[in-house]
Design a protein. Structure first.
Length: 148
């Protein structure tokens, strides 16, 4: 016999004996001698009943019971140019343009990854025509049945 098979046989026999001993110990071993998994702490009876404390919040801070705490806050005031009369339709348009400009400043530049976009109708036509529609590049079409 090869030395590997002798090693595998000896190891298998050792595992069988080990697990048989563990199972026998679990089934017929002394029960109830294990330590408990929980601890019990006696804290005694409550001496004084606790009362709830009112907490209130204000613009400059908050107060807990009789004590008040001030918090620091940074307020930013944006200067806006005086608006024209409400009846003037350009005021709403100017506001829209201003909001649009602010939004565009915060936007990131992205590069589209589809150079030849198609609508759902065009995709349906391409599916029926097996990929080629209207002198456009052919779509590589793999039916799901090929994967099954």
């Amino acid at each position: 016999m090869n030395s590997y098979f002798i090693f595998a046989l000896v190891l298998t026999v050792a595992y069988v004996i080990y697990y048989a001993a563990i199972i026998t110990h679990d089934l017929y071993g002394k029960k109830g001698t294990d330590k408990k998994d929980e601890e019990v702490f006696d804290i005694g009876a409550p001496e004084v009943e606790e009362e709830s404390v009112a907490v209130t919040e204000s613009e400059t801070g908050f107060s807990i019971g009789d004590e008040s705490y001030d918090t620091e806050s940074e307020t930013t005031v944006q200067e806006t140019p005086p608006e024209k009369s409400v009846n003037n339709p350009t005021t709403a348009q100017e506001k829209l343009e201003q909001l649009k400009a602010e939004a565009e400043e915060r936007m990131e530049e992205t590069v589209p990854y589809l150079s030849d976009e198609r609508t759902s109708e065009e995709m349906y036509k391409a599916m029926i025509a097996k990929g080629r529609v209207d002198n456009r590049p052919e779509i590589m079409w793999n039916p799901i049945q090929d994967r099954l």
